[in-house]
Design a protein around this ligand. Structure first.
Ligand code: AMP
Ligand code: MN
Ligand code: MN
Ligand code: MN
Length: 279
């Protein structure tokens, strides 16, 4: 059955979203989503609840995750869809990634203390909703709450992006590892929000070559953070690479999202939608 509205990218309190998986499901269904994936950062702990809630609210459901990787030093996100939840390489790999986030967060706290803002790691922990998953979003929410900048985007702009005092380099996993985990667990790997990476056109093509060589099959063409020009541009790249196209809101919560669940732009009609690859 052809879905009327699929959303394959969003977050819950299992990572840096604001709603529990069941409430994300409810809101997706209310917004007309009929095929849904929850894609928390580096954690699949919400998927059992999400799947049950999808059932309850009349949506079809696909397992999802958004994996933090680095490619030639550039932090990139890979969405995995339709994998087996119990696959040990995937679950073990994600556990290691989450562990690395704690060490990174401590270094972020140290870096901010060095410019005269102490206690930020401890402060960020008050905003964490899953004790094993800390992200820059939690730092940003804490720093905004103490008035370091006007709002969360302001905190990112001045403190938490490359070159700014609270940003630290970090070893994520490689592109190849992430795709091996996803494919090995029977899933499909998709490039998340390609319009967000600070990369030249030539580097993007190099990245997509590597992604395809490693077994990646999909790309987000329509997502919350893409302009109409991004949609056209990445639609062209999807055709060129023969990738399947994905669509997702990247919803985090009512007040901290580009668009609401189910509200990403439509996919250009000639593209092969990624749900066709999922049973
Ligand atoms: P991390 O995975 O720890 O590097 O944190 C990245 C997360 O921070 C993203 O998934 C978003 O939720 C959030 N984020 C990144 N950049 C911004 C921004 N400019 N404004 C608001 N939130 C952001
Ligand atoms: Mn996030
Ligand atoms: Mn992302
Ligand atoms: Mn996301």
């Amino acid at each position: 059955m052809t879905p009327a509205n699929f959303d394959f990218h969003c977050h819950s309190i299992v990572s840096d979203g604001f709603l529990p998986p069941r409430e994300v499901a409810r809101r997706a269904a209310e917004n007309g989503v009929d095929l849904w994936a929850l894609t928390d950062h580096d954690d699949i702990g919400g998927l059992v609840d999400a799947g049950a809630a999808a059932d309850e609210f009349g949506m079809r459901f696909v397992n999802g995750v958004e994996i933090s990787i680095e490619w030639r030093g550039v932090p990139i996100h890979i969405v995995g869809l339709g994998f087996d939840l119990a696959d040990p390489a995937l679950t073990g790999g994600l556990a290691a990634l989450r562990h690395g986030r704690v060490e990174r967060a401590r270094r972020m706290g140290d870096a901010l203390a060095a410019i005269g803002i102490p206690g930020v790691y401890e402060g960020a922990l008050c905003f964490v909703t899953n004790p094993s998953l800390i992200s820059r979003a939690h730092f940003a929410r804490y720093l905004a709450s103490i008035g370091i900048a006007r709002d969360v985007p302001g905190v990112f702009q001045h403190y938490l992006t490359p070159g700014k005092p609270g940003y630290v380099d970090h070893r994520w996993v490689t592109l190849e590892e992430s795709i091996t985990w996803i494919s090995g667990a029977g899933g499909v790997a998709v490039v998340a929000h390609p319009g967000r990476y600070k990369m030249s056109g030539a580097d993007m093509r190099r990245f997509l070559d590597d992604f395809k060589d490693a077994g990646g099959r999909g790309i987000e063409v329509a997502c919350g953070s893409h302009s109409p020009d991004h949609v056209m541009h990445f639609a062209r790249l999807a055709r060129h690479y023969e990738f399947h196209a994905s669509r997702g809101s990247d919803f985090h919560g009512p007040d901290e999202s580009y668009v609401d669940l189910g509200k990403a732009p439509p996919l250009p009609e000639d593209l092969k939608p990624v749900w066709r690859l999922l049973a």
